[in-house]
Design a protein around this ligand. Structure first.
Ligand SMILES: Cc1cc2nc3c(=O)[nH]c(=O)nc-3n(C[C@H](O)[C@H](O)[C@H](O)COP(=O)(O)OP(=O)(O)OC[C@H]3O[C@@H](n4cnc5c(N)ncnc54)[C@H](O)[C@@H]3O)c2cc1C
Length: 256
């Protein structure tokens, strides 16, 4: 709620990447419950050292603590920290998400099929027909992904903001990383079950395999990317949304 020159925010958000280490955060908060769900949301830039934050890191199956559950209890945010107009945060959020999807898709430089092919050669497995087929599939996907990246970089260099094409890139990257993880474990064989820096096969490929499912969810799940591609790239009819015009306060939800 608004209080003079400040907004006072209480609530909870799970899966906030980097929350435990960040100085600034993006906060989307409902400021008008009488609007339907995509309206009445305001986009705040929030100082993470503000009083009222309680941050609980969450451990993933990789062992890392990439994201946190964040609780806000009366956090005060200057009104000047609103990005865009009050109640119109969803439009800014779409731009943020498009950028995030491009970053997720382009930010996996260490997951290089070339390194796996080299490992297959060293282990005398590069002529294995089944493994070879899986690695070639990954190699082709990595090349296509590179060209998607070039196209996005060219658009950005001309000042064109990223749009739904980053959903294509993110979906493509998620599939690539899934297949790469599978191929790497097939190559390592039983050694893949030993996960430690001093294990015979180390742990890098196993870590990538374990992290791949997160890429299918972060920044919007694969299914949601497919919907965006269908509706905003291919121009197919929108999926039915019975709650699209209902005020947020009237939506059925837990505890109501
Ligand atoms: C590594 C990682 C980092 C993250 N970082 C952040 C972060 O920094 N900030 C943040 O706010 N969130 C973050 N998230 C959360 C992430 O954005 C959400 O988990 C994701 O968007 C899915 O939303 P959800 O969890 O509410 O699942 P839901 O939307 O409830 O989805 C559940 C299932 O239903 C399917 N589904 C949902 N809607 C549809 C539909 N319309 N059509 C077909 N299928 C559908 C989904 O594909 C999924 O399988 C992160 C998640 C991960 C894994």
């Amino acid at each position: 709620m608004r209080d003079g020159d400040e907004w006072v925010v209480s609530g909870q958000k799970v899966w906030t990447s980097g929350a435990a280490d960040s100085e600034w955060g993006i906060l989307l908060a409902r400021t008008d419950p009488d609007q339907p769900k995509h309206k009445g949301i305001t986009y705040f830039l929030v100082d993470m050292s503000s009083a009222g934050f309680d941050i609980h890191p969450l451990k993933q199956m990789t062992g890392s603590e990439h994201f946190s559950e964040v609780f806000l209890d009366g956090v005060r945010i200057p009104a000047a920290n609103v990005l865009g107009d009050v109640g119109e945060g969803w439009a800014c959020a779409i731009t943020t998400l498009s950028n995030e999807r491009g970053l997720i898709a382009g930010g996996n430089k260490s997951s290089d099929i070339g390194v796996l092919i080299e490992l297959a050669r060293k282990r005398g497995r590069s002529e294995d027909p089944v493994l070879r087929q899986a690695m070639v599939d990954c190699w082709i996907r990595q090349q296509i992904q590179r060209y998607h990246g070039f196209r996005l970089q060219t658009a950005l260099s001309k000042g064109v903001p990223p749009g739904p094409e980053t959903s294509v890139m993110k979906l493509f990257a998620a599939e690539y990383l899934r297949l790469l993880g599978n191929a790497s474990l097939a190559l390592l064989g039983p050694e893949a079950t030993l996960l430690s820096p001093d294990a015979p096969a180390g742990q890098d490929w196993q870590q990538r395999f374990l992290y791949a499912p997160a890429i299918r969810i972060a920044g919007g799940s694969n299914e949601v990317q497919r919907n965006i591609i269908a509706e905003r790239v291919l121009g197919l009819p929108r999926e039915r949304q019975a709650d699209r015009e209902i005020a947020f306060r009237d939506l059925p939800r837990g505890g109501s």
